[in-house]
Write a protein that binds this ligand. Structure first.
Ligand code: ADP
Ligand code: MG
Ligand code: ZN
Length: 496
């Protein structure tokens, strides 16, 4: 299946029904119930950030990290949720080697946040609200690595605060699931609570998918897809799964409730576990933690601490900077890009010009390099240098073509635009004598065209203009050349 087939469910006989469950690790300094640091579990030495609490040793007692609650609250508020005053943790019992206590501390009947919504942007400028059922806190589990016939356990991740965010089954297509995931990831990044790096597993997005006759309101049996390490994979897996289920119904079969994995190499979903009965987690209130009361004052404090979020930033870019909705949306979609853009503006870059070079030439270079947008902070072209480049164009030191070349050099090597213009001789030739000499030479070398121009074929001025620009290797000031050409030709007209 390829991207071009993402929408084929819109053969209109069936529609997809999708709800997303997202697990986002919260970037607190320490874990949720102990003082162990939160470390990069893809890089740190295994089992170096552990203690009796997160190892689940008998007698060890959890102490709630207030910061995790604050971060969760901010996400809940950014997702327009209600924040109930009464919060309680619950034990979710299951036995698996990545969970040494034999239960996970989670929230069940009393989640941190509920009944919110997130607005997503659809192609063509339309928007739609996706219902947020709930967002609750829980602790992450350890990580298992399977080697031959045994498994290795790393408990660095055990006890890292996790926010589970669950939508209503409001999404209909893979594109909508993708739009939701992108918007949610951006919000988490803007809030500074999660890096959004799905490849490291700090953000895990799992779609629940079913299909039904288009327009019906029934909820059919669903499958859940795991193992998605990018938003692109989420979109592909969702599209694939919708088509697979449609084919099952078309063949007269029934979809089986199951947990599926996404096989990235083969671009197919594969069954991991068939659900025959509902899991029985025997939830009960966590006796080792007090109830958390969140009063209105606390909620308002967190609301006041919210930064400008993507939609608000987009509106401001449109209103105050005169950007198109399209450009503004591109610039706010990743926090790193928005930060880069605003740094370039702070350095004095013209908002529209910086936006043009950024969404055009800079993104093109990043694509060529296979670099993700949210990795823009690591490119060699500094935002101040982009602002400097734009200024050089506006001051007429270089023209647009020269600026494009300069940008590639800055992207590849970094450095100061003004110094590079010097060194590479990119400065626009504005010396009147030199331009005049070139124009005279062009006129001398193309007598036939000059003749025809003088006889009334005015379009030939463009041919002569092109010849002069070429002679100056594209570095002549076009406005000056045009003026000089027009003057010289007018002079000859008078002579003849
Ligand atoms: P579980 O308790 O198994 O995690 P939930 O009821 O919490 O299931 O739902 C998990 C997610 O699945 C939610 O986002 C929900 O909207 C979605 N969902 C539930 N039923 C369906 C269905 N029939 N088709 C698609 N998505 C569904
Ligand atoms: Mg669930
Ligand atoms: Zn610990």
């Amino acid at each position: 299946m390829t991207l071009s087939t993402l929408s084929t469910a819109s053969d209109k006989l069936y529609e997809g029904v999708i709800g997303l469950e997202v697990h986002a690790e919260l970037m607190t300094a320490s874990k949720m119930f102990c003082a162990c640091p939160v470390v990069d579990s893809t890089a740190a030495e295994p089992n170096t950030a552990v203690c009796p609490v997160c190892l689940g040793l008998p007698g060890a007692l959890p102490v709630l990290n207030r910061r995790a609650v604050e971060f969760g609250l901010r996400v809940g508020l950014a997702l327009n949720c209600t924040i109930p005053a009464f919060n309680q943790f619950a034990r979710k019992s299951y036995f698996y080697p990545d969970l040494p206590k034999g239960y996970q501390i989670s929230q069940y009947a009393y989640p941190l946040a509920s009944n919110g919504w997130l607005e997503i942007d659809l192609p063509g400028g339309a928007t739609r609200r996706v219902g947020i059922r709930r967002a609750h806190l829980e602790e992450d589990t350890g990580k298992l690595t399977h080697v031959d016939d045994h498994s290795l356990v790393d408990l660095n991740r055990a006890g890292v605060p996790l926010l589970e965010i669950v939508t209503e089954a409001d999404l209909r297509t893979a594109e909508e699931a993708e739009a939701y995931a992108r918007k949610l990831r951006a919000i988490l990044q803007y809030l500074g609570v999660n890096s959004g790096d799905m490849s490291k597993g700090v953000l895990r997005i799992e779609p629940n998918i079913s299909v039904r006759p288009a327009g019906s309101s029934e909820l059919r049996t669903r499958t859940e897809v795991k193992n998605l390490n990018s938003i692109r994979s989420l979109a592909r897996a969702t599209a694939y799964e919708i088509e697979r289920q449609i084919a099952v119904y078309e063949a007269g079969g029934e979809v089986q409730q199951a947990t599926l994995g996404w096989d990235e190499a083969r671009q197919v979903t594969v069954v991991q576990r068939v659900k025959e009965s509902a899991d029985d987690y025997r939830y009960f209130p966590e006796p080792d933690l007090p109830v958390v009361e969140i009063d209105a004052a606390w909620v308002e404090r967190e609301r006041a601490a919210l930064p400008e979020l993507p939609d608000a930033k987009r509106e401001r870019f449109m209103r105050d900077l005169g950007l198109s909705r399209y450009d503004a949306a591109l610039l706010v979609a990743d926090r790193a890009v928005a930060d880069y853009y605003e740094a370039a503006l702070s350095a004095g870059g013209d908002p529209k010009q910086v936006a043009n070079y950024l969404t055009g030439d800079v993104f093109r270079q990043m694509n060529l390099e296979g670099r993700e947008r949210d990795d823009i902070g690591a490119i060699k072209l500094a935002p101040q240098a982009l602002a400097g480049l734009v200024r050089l164009v506006q001051d007429g030191v270089i023209h647009h073509g020269g600026a494009k070349k300069l940008l590639v050099t800055l992207y590849e090597q970094g450095g100061d635009p003004a110094a590079l213009v010097e060194a590479q001789g990119l400065a626009q030739v504005r010396d009147e004598d030199m331009l005049g000499a070139t124009v005279d030479q062009v006129l001398a070398e193309n007598p036939a065209e000059v003749e025809r121009y003088l006889a009334g074929e005015e379009k030939l001025i463009r041919f002569l203009m092109g010849a002069a620009m070429r002679a100056l290797r594209g570095q002549g000031d076009p406005a000056a050349i045009q003026r000089l050409l027009a003057e010289r030709l007018a002079g000859r007209q008078d002579e003849s």
